[in-house]
Ligand binder design. Sequence first.
Ligand code: GTP
Length: 359
Amino acid sequence: MDQNWLNAITLNSVDTADKQRRAFTLFTMAFFAIVLITSLVLSNYQIYALPLTIMLVVSDVTIVLCMLYYFRTGALVPVSCIILSIILLLCMALVYTGGKENTALYWLMFYPIVAYVTLGLKVGSVLVAIMYFSSLALLFSPNFGQAHYGQVETSRFLASFSLVILFAAISEYFRQKSHQKIAGITLIEKRDALTDPLTGLANRRYIYEHIQPRLEAEAANYLPMSVLLIDLDNFKSLNDSYGHDFGDQVLIAFTSMLHDKLRGTDIKARYGGEEFIILLPKAGLTIAHSVAEKLRAYVAQKQIPYDVGQSISITCSIGIASLERGSQFSKAIKHADENLYKAKAKGRNLVVSGLSEVN
Ligand SMILES: Nc1nc2c(ncn2[C@@H]2O[C@H](COP(=O)(O)OP(=O)(O)OP(=O)(O)O)[C@@H](O)[C@H]2O)c(=O)[nH]1
């Protein structure tokens, strides 16, 4: 069975909220970095060596440009990697020089938290590991850095920094797990709410909640579009003669016929009871009429097994309307329904089409 339509149902709102959380964490840190670097450059540019001043200004400008790039493109991962790498370098430079009154090591504590929140466990761990081992190298190579850190200071720093990394990693790991679980459950529930359980087709809610907004937002991908309303003929007497369970089997068999005769890109849904709706994107009335006519003829000749050696056939009536740019979906549905009514009135097993009114 064609389930393509289910893949179109996503959790945009959940993903957007998670991205906002990561972006907000990153940019809060970036904001402090910009303020700190700018004030350092402004107050010390006379005493700093020129290469240091240039390095700080370039870092500052790059962070600002990265933020602007994110707001233009929404590309959070590359932007996070660049900003976090710059801040990693600046932190290591700080450890190298010792910072004001040898307090450099304190400023490393926030980094693992931001790295894990922003880039997740895998990529975050790479940056955190680089910071951790670079710090070790600087702390245990007495001739390498400019600053001297005492033994107690070094061991306390390593112990507390290791604990911060450990807790940040544990918290990110379980946050990711629970996020995936909740997102998975929410997606299943959302898909269930838009699926007809008997036929596996999309339901009426899918058409109004998922497709209708897209017709307005992505009109170029859909319009002109044809709307087919299909109703199985004399379904009540079929139920009465063969039983409700067999009626259900007929609905399932009819769904297979839809899949046989229509394309995967056509939108098919059970509109209610024994009524179905088909949307043919980028198809005018002429094409829609010929598609509907082929479907009608196919359904009429198809045998549905009833009992051993016994089978029945069904017929359907189809009303068509077209949805052009500027016309309303509700009006096209109404017009298709009127044409379906005409098809029934003219004796059933018929296709009736007509243009929908344009605003
Ligand atoms: N088996 C089964 N029957 C259903 C289902 N949903 C609706 N029906 C039945 O479909 C029948 C529809 O009957 P009507 O609306 O009178 O239409 P009809 O008998 O098809 O007559 P026309 O539409 O005029 O050709 C009703 O008897 C409903 O109970 C379902 O999920 N399963």
